[in-house]
Ligand binder design. Structure first.
Ligand SMILES: [Cu+2]
Length: 113
């Protein structure tokens, strides 16, 4: 009898663990997909403080399989846009969300000289 109870409890534990994982996975899908931070360097082309976006020309970014290109990124924190100007050479970190948005989490001016 003791054995049966132990078996039942461990079976329940498995079920609970599985359903917890599933809840976690669906709630946090965006976060999970966004876990990898990519790093790039580029030049600021345009800043849109209303839309919270920045257009920049970036060099190759191996971690995400990108060649050099000009594109628009979302910015996680609008304050980041106060630290940069059009024409600035920058380094930046960004994440890719599950719905294929590219969101800059860090950006800083770099001196080329
Ligand atoms: Cu790009």
């Amino acid at each position: 009898m003791k054995m049966k109870i132990v078996t039942l409890i461990s079976a329940l534990a498995v079920v609970i663990a599985a359903s917890n994982d599933m809840a976690l996975a669906s709630d946090q899908h965006t976060i999970v997909a966004a876990a990898q931070t990519h790093h790039g360097t580029g030049t600021i082309k345009q800043i849109d403080k209303k839309a919270n976006t920045v257009e920049l020309t970036h060099g190759p970014i191996k971690s995400i399989g990108w060649m050099s290109m000009t594109m628009v990124f979302d910015v996680e924190d609008a304050d980041l846009l106060d630290e940069i100007d059009v024409g600035d050479r920058v380094e930046f970190d960004f994440i890719e969300t599950r719905d294929k948005h590219y969101v800059i989490t860090e950006i800083e001016y770099v001196d080329d000289a």
